[in-house]
Design a protein around this ligand. Sequence first.
Ligand SMILES: [Zn+2]
Length: 94
Amino acid sequence: MYYLPDLFKMPERCSVCNLKYEMEIGFWWGAMYVAYAVSCALVLSFFLPLYLLFKFSVDMSLLIDMSLTTLLFPITFRLSRSLWIHMFAHQSKE
Ligand SMILES: [Zn+2]
């Protein structure tokens, strides 16, 4: 997951159910909105405890916050795509 050259690579189809991941051209653009929401939630959930609980300065809280959020980007990116595709793809219940 942290091998950066492969970060944006996606398999064309699901290996289990053969679902085509990119349902239409530009499908993954919508995942950016999910990534934005997930990132905002992460930024707040790091900043508030650092600043309020651990009493770091605003600058130090933001520095640690941005470092953690940047380090977690590969996970956020994949999670956002997963959340996005789950809004459109439905598993058949056979
Ligand atoms: Zn599948």
